[in-house]
Ligand binder design. Structure first.
Ligand SMILES: [Fe+2]
Length: 405
């Protein structure tokens, strides 16, 4: 929900006749929180209820997923850079970490989008484009996206995602509640406040309606794979169901580029929550972007730009490393995910704390997610975990450990 938006043809009032070439269109209200929260109203040429077949299916690694049975408490490093790309926007998805509020996974794509579309009926989704742009086709219209965009797709949106060159890597969050602009960045009218880290102009949304094109969309039946209750089912439509005559409302996909996030720097180190970008129930998503670092100097003391050690006893924290110098954390590379759970402290690797004093910039680019319930790894995540990450804070004799955060 960014602001009110409309495309195409809509009647002057809700729930009144609306025709195209004398044919009555089918109105569909996409509502949130029952009928009490934001909604969009869509005008379908083909009713979205005329499936000609429904059957169950499975997408291994994504749905269903298997949580690990034992997860002893320690700091972890999940090496998603070791995952081989395998599939399209849907079949390549792998869930890595999960709790009741949020699932975190990746999609490493090496195939063009198949004939199928997908709708996540249990979650809002937030895709972070690690290395490529592309095009998100949705029932609300096509939405082009760029490298390093966050693309937010509301719960229940039928979509298909195409990547430039049919190959690319994404970090994907699934949230059982809204993924939205945090409340503190809205004024009483819902407008993003002037001291927010972004403004309405930074968000992009569909600018035209989707047009059915047999050369791109193929012939029926048209399969929609729907995820609900951690199961997937295929709903087949005889006629292409996602080209609308028009829609309006507050629920639709948006894209936001991480480089449009305006970072903050204090005289002395500010807590990581100043990087907050989006929020859902039980978690936040933060953006670490290249920026000036803390600059206090006085009376023989200086700011320490490297984060202090911390035991955030009510939060699990994951960081997805994208680009730049991760203040040289040992063994961490692009696509690494670190999981620093509640219950054990974490902080800079040996040497980096001292080394950061006097520096004035960081080039790091990373996405962080803090959750208020513990994250459980899937079997798949456990299979790509670095076994000894927890011990990389131990400085051994004659070992030059250069690291950070
Ligand atoms: Fe931390």
């Amino acid at each position: 929900m960014i602001h009110y938006h409309k495309l195409g043809s809509i009647p002057p009032k809700h729930h009144v006749t609306h025709r195209e070439n004398d044919k009555l269109l089918m109105e569909q209200c996409m509502t949130r929180v029952g009928f009490d929260s934001t909604y969009s109203i869509l005008y379908f040429r083909t009713p979205p209820t005329d499936e000609c077949a429904v059957r169950s299916m499975e997408l291994p690694g994504f749905c269903p997923v298997k949580p690990v049975e034992h997860q002893p408490l320690h700091r972890r490093h999940i090496r998603t850079q070791d995952i081989k790309p395998d599939g399209d926007f849907l079949t390549s998805r792998r869930t890595l970490l999960m709790n009741d509020d949020v699932h975190v996974g990746v999609a490493k794509i090496n195939q063009p989008a198949g004939h199928h579309w997908f709708s996540n009926a249990q979650s809002d989704e937030c895709w972070f484009a690690y290395d490529k742009g592309g095009l998100l086709e949705t029932v609300y219209g096509p939405l082009p996206f760029k490298k390093h965009d966050y693309v937010i797709i509301p719960k229940g949106t039928p979509y298909r995602l195409h990547v430039e060159g049919d190959a690319g890597t994404f970090l994907v969050f699934e949230s059982s509640s809204y993924i939205d602009v945090p409340k503190q960045f809205r004024n009483e009218a819902g407008q993003i406040t002037m001291d927010g880290p972004y403004c309405h102009r930074d968000f992009r949304m569909p600018q035209e309606l989707l047009q059915y094109d047999e050369s791109k969309h193929g012939k029926g039946p048209f399969p929609l794979i729907v995820k609900f209750a951690n199961q997937v089912a295929v709903h087949e439509y005889e006629h292409f169901p996602w080209d609308l005559a028009g829609w309006d409302g507050y629920s639709y996909p948006v894209a936001f580029n991480i480089h449009d996030y305006q970072p903050r720097t204090g005289a002395i180190h500010l807590p990581p929550t100043i990087h907050i970008t989006f929020a859902g129930r039980g978690f936040i998503i933060c953006s670490f972007v290249p920026r000036k670092v803390d600059y206090y100097k006085g009376e023989g003391h200086q700011a320490i730009p490297c984060p202090y050690g911390h035991a955030s006893v009510d939060c699990d924290e994951i960081l997805y490393y994208v680009e730049g110098n991760f203040t040289s954390r040992k063994g961490i590379e692009g696509q690494s995910i670190s999981l620093h759970p509640m219950g054990v402290p974490h902080g800079p690797h040996p040497g980096t704390y001292e080394k950061s004093v006097g520096t004035d910039r960081t080039s790091e680019l990373a996405v962080m997610c803090d959750t208020f319930k513990p994250l459980i790894m899937t079997d798949f995540a456990a299979s790509i975990e670095q076994e000894d990450y927890h011990y990389t804070w131990v400085k051994r004799e004659n070992e030059a450990i250069e690291t950070s955060k």
